[in-house]
Write a protein that binds this ligand. Structure first.
Ligand code: NAI
Length: 346
């Protein structure tokens, strides 16, 4: 029976994986800690590692895995920016869950847009406090406004369907525009500058890469329409948070809905309600009434968790049964060039 070391475990992870593992029969040890260079020795004696978004698979960790004969890292997430893929090549196979429920993330992005616009998060506290004034809670009709969607992959396309349902004009940017899709759903691909200038709402759905790192910065915020709502359910480092704070202070950013934060690893998924937040940037962000932060929960639906567990364990089974690794990540292109029947995609 193959042994899997499971990192950054929360009770809901364990519940969903235990249920699905009844059909797989792996021996899974659940560790609460993150996987990083300080905890990597916990992996000794296992056959595979199961890691999540804030586990850090850098050179030290990957070398350790290789030295100890651990050939497989099964990520239970879609993003893989936390793995040094180039270093992993020829050392460890890295598989992921490329798609589980894009609806989960897109619906959460829409929830952030809607709550920020209509200030539902503030109304909730007011009415609970017996304050029924609506002064300061005015929003705007989304109908007829322009939404800019950056990254029109699985999640971006789900969000676009929702936005079209609201009657919004949609501008999109993607490195690889899908023109046929755009024609079918009635959206326009455009350059980033036009998207920044014309959008009333901007939502980020591209991966974090060297190219997209800090794509939202002082300069790009400077191009945006005053009052724009900025939504990030992608990765924290797509946004330079200090520039965002300046944008919020100046009023250019009318609201920010953030499911991810560039320094989230220490805080997100944990309970800090009895201690001080040491991260002054995060603390400052939390002071704005027009910033709505959720703790990387966009993926968190029943359907997504079940699908993540099924695909992750199937990935592990395929690896040990020597099947084609359709979910192996290519360090060059991010995984779209995997050829069936080959363990490596190039
Ligand atoms: P996907 O791979 O289906 O789509 C990504 C799209 O971004 C592709 O169309 C790609 O061509 C495009 N792209 C790549 N580089 C780009 C660039 N430089 N500029 C503009 N577009 C670019 O991925 P999917 O499933 O839609 O996920 C998107 C991202 O959402 C993931 O990379 C991940 O970081 C994040 N995510 C967040 C979750 C959460 O719970 N907050 C859960 C799942 C994913």
């Amino acid at each position: 029976m193959k042994k899997i070391a499971f990192f950054d475990t929360k009770p809901y992870d364990k519940r969903s994986f235990e249920e699905v593992n009844e059909n797989f029969g792996f021996e899974i040890s659940y560790f609460k800690t993150h996987l990083n260079k300080d905890t990597v020795e916990l992996t000794d004696g296992f056959d595979a590692i199961c890691a999540f978004v804030n586990d850090k698979l850098d050179k030290v960790v990957l070398d350790h895995l290789q030295e100890h004969g651990i050939e497989l890292v099964a990520l239970r997430c879609a993003g893989y920016n936390n793995v040094d893929l180039r270093h992993a090549y020829e050392r460890v196979h890295v598989l992921r869950v490329p798609s589980y429920s894009p609806y989960s993330v897109a619906e959460h992005a829409m929830a952030l847009i809607s709550a920020l616009n209509r200030k539902t998060h503030r109304a909730y506290y007011r009415t609970r406090d017996g304050n029924f004034s609506i002064e300061g809670l005015m929003g705007f009709d989304l109908h007829g406004k322009t939404a800019g969607v950056i990254g029109t992959g699985k999640i971006g396309q789900c969000l676009i369907s929702i936005l079209k349902g609201y009657g919004m004009r949609v501008l999109a940017f993607d490195l690889y525009p899908n023109l046929e899709y755009a024609k079918n759903v009635g959206i326009e691909y455009t350059d980033l500058e036009t998207l920044y200038k014309e959008s009333d709402v901007i939502s980020l759905h591209c991966p974090l890469t060297p190219e997209t790192h800090y794509m939202i910065n002082k300069e790009t915020i400077g191009m945006m329409k005053p009052g724009v709502l900025l939504i990030n359910t992608g990765r924290g480092q797509l946004i330079n948070t200090l520039a965002l704070i300046k944008g919020l202070k100046s009023g250019i950013i009318g609201g920010a809905g953030l499911d991810v934060y560039e320094e989230e690893a220490k805080y997100f998924f944990e309970d800090f309600s009895n201690s001080a937040i040491g991260d002054d940037v995060l603390a400052r962000l939390m002071t704005f009434p027009n910033v709505l932060i959720t703790s990387h929960q966009a993926f968190f639906t029943r359907e997504a968790l079940q699908s993540i567990a099924e695909t992750t364990l199937q990935n592990v089974r395929d690896f040990f049964d020597d099947n084609a690794l359709k979910n192996e990540i290519c360090y060059q292109c991010g995984g779209t060039c995997v050829k069936p029947g080959k363990k490596r995609c190039f």
